[in-house]
Design a protein around this ligand. Structure first.
Ligand code: PMP
Length: 572
């Protein structure tokens, strides 16, 4: 490791001095190495999963208690690809149809009530459907409706409110989603620096635009995991580096000097996939230094962390000044059209809106972007967070949940890994997502990933079972491995949730039905493949018969024509 970089992350004396700001929702920060070591230990052990009987019970719950959800989502499959519209909807054994969401709870169509740790994927830090925000939004809708296309006071209110809490965000351009905002930020960085290449961190999610579906979910997977339908040339100007690895980052920054230069380094501040890949406390500061050294912009994607980690975002928590910040989720308070890019005036001004023809600018837009409803909901939510100290309280709920889960993991001697960054709680039961194939060499990453694929698939099955087990015990998680807490999670809610987790963990065994399910899946695959072969054979026989028939018909035609010609000749 380069000496300077080594000093920043590994210097033990610096770690002893880490003082976390109590105004933020993160009260402790574990070293990335330690978490990674725990994850490695888990992967070195057999897979743990709910036992066979328990799995039957879970599936019975779905069949007997979720009949209406089953019926509607089965019908929906006819009209909706995959049957659900949202990537975060848990599909195993089938999705649940929600009819009510309030505070810490949601209720499904069949009347089952769940403790909600999905929280819509992060935007509802106040808890679902906050009363203060909803009342004012109703008034707005009564008066001006959700959208006008012209200026609304709420646009000013939210931009100035963000600036009050995040002084680095001198100006703010509100957009329709995190995906769009990441696209815009990169475009601004290219306009501002005149350089082309972008460096992102493996496993990080910055939306689904063409150039961003690169190195998704698992570090080192570049464009060979999820990038179907995207021409490989779309990735001509993007590099992927290993999470928390400053040497690899510096290597690419150096290399890029002779390849068009780096416009920006783009990171998720608590680590890729909302901290699923841990980073060290000093990582963000170190990346800032490297960006300055190599003359590129530093972009922080605060779509999840903005107003969750604290009102000052991760940039306040880590005390780092990014050049550009990407917003989403909480910026519209759980209402639709949540996105935006903010930062230094000199950069954000490139996105000047209004009818400003002829100006050199980074073109961004959106018919519904910054509509009065989204802007006002975001502003009111930030105000409410401030009033209620929501980030700190949600963080305390996250600590209580993570501590309780750790106690349960020990009680049942499970290899599960629990850690949290305040209100973002990670509960890795299977570790399907905890692989890292980062390497300087594409081929090496690819071969490595291919080799691990069967094990990853096995772990994914266990992860789905655990998610379904939580659900059937009244706990909604994000894909069975992440839990977002909110202001609505009182000690009573968390303790009730822990009781339910206790019931689920009691059902877990080494090995368990993962193998059975895989055998069943293989049997289905084998049956499908023999059906395919049989159809192919039948088609071939049909084609053979058809061509033989055609040949007989053609020969008969020929004979007929021949005899007609002969008849003509004999007439002559
Ligand atoms: N960046 C991060 C860090 C995210 O977590 C997400 C969404 N989960 C996005 C960008 C994309 O945001 P959106 O879904 O609003 O497009």
């Amino acid at each position: 490791m380069n000496k300077d970089n080594k000093d920043i992350l590994k210097d033990e004396s610096r770690w002893e001095k880490v003082q976390l700001d109590p105004n933020y929702g993160i009260s402790r920060w574990e070293k990335a190495d330690r978490i990674n070591e725990r994850l490695e230990n888990m992967r070195a052990q057999p897979i743990y999963d709910v036992n066979d009987d328990a799995l039957k019970g879970i599936l019975d719950f779905y069949d007997n208690k979720c009949g209406k959800s089953k019926e509607i989502t089965t019908k929906a499959k006819e009209f909706i690809p995959g049957g659900v519209q949202h990537n975060l909807a848990f599909n195993y054994p089938f999705p649940i149809c929600v009819t009510q969401a309030k505070g810490a709870y949601m209720t499904d169509m069949d009347g089952n009530k769940y403790i909600d740790f999905l929280q819509a994927g992060g935007p509802t830090i106040l808890g679902s459907n906050n009363d203060v925000v909803r009342t004012k939004i109703k008034e707005l809708l009564d008066n001006c409706g959700p959208v006008t296309g012209l200026f609304h006071e709420a646009e000013y209110l939210i931009a100035s409110e963000i600036n009050k809490h995040m002084p680095n965000v001198e100006k703010f351009r509100m957009l329709g989603s995190g995906t769009e905002s990441a696209m815009a930020a990169v475009r601004v960085a290219r306009c501002a620096t005149g350089k082309k290449r972008l460096i992102k961190v493996g496993g990080a999610y910055h939306g689904w635009s063409d150039q961003m579906v690169y190195g998704l979910k698992v570090p080192g997977t570049r464009n060979f995991l999820e990038s179907y339908g995207i021409p490989s040339k779309m990735f001509a100007y993007i590099d992927e580096v290993r999470p928390n690895d400053l040497d690899m980052l510096e290597h690419f920054l150096k290399r890029n000097k002779s390849r068009g230069g780096t416009c920006a380094v783009l990171i998720e501040p608590v680590g890729p996939e909302s901290g699923t890949r841990p980073v060290d406390y000093y990582y963000n500061q170190a990346v800032r230094q490297l960006c300055d050294k190599y003359g590129c912009l530093f972009i922080m994607d605060e779509v999840v962390t903005g107003f969750r980690v604290g009102l000052g975002g991760s940039q306040g928590f880590f005390n780092v000044k990014p050049d550009l910040t990407i917003f989403g989720k909480i910026v519209a308070g759980g209402y639709p059209a949540a996105g935006g890019v903010g930062g230094k005036k000199e950069y954000v001004d490139c996105m000047a809106a209004g009818v400003a023809s002829g100006m050199k600018r980074a073109y961004v837009g959106g018919t519904l972007a910054a509509n009065p409803m989204s802007a006002l909901a975001g502003y009111l939510t930030i105000k409410e967070i401030e009033k209620t100290n929501a980030c700190v309280k949600a963080g305390q709920a996250g600590d209580r949940l993570a501590d309780g889960l750790q106690t349960l993991v020990e009680k049942y001697s499970l290899p599960f890994v629990v850690y949290n960054q305040g209100s973002i709680v990670h509960l890795e039961c299977a570790g399907a997502m905890s692989y890292d194939f980062s390497s300087y060499n594409v081929l090496r990453s690819m071969l490595w990933a291919l080799k691990q694929k069967p094990e990853i698939m096995l772990r994914k099955v266990a992860m789905e079972h655990m998610g379904a087990a939580y659900m059937s015990h009244g706990l909604v998680s994000l894909a069975g491995s992440r839990l977002y807490t909110s202001l609505a999670d009182t000690d009573e809610v968390i303790d009730e949730a822990l009781n339910r987790f206790d019931d689920v963990f009691a059902l877990v065994e080494k090995g368990a039905p993962t193998k059975i399910i895989l055998a069943e899946q293989k049997a289905v695959r084998d049956a499908k493949s023999s059906e395919k072969k049989a159809t192919k054979k039948a088609n071939q026989a049909k084609w053979k018969q058809e061509s033989e028939d055609k040949a007989i018909k053609a020969t008969a035609e020929l004979v007929k024509i021949k005899s007609q010609i002969e008849a003509l000749h004999s007439e002559k």
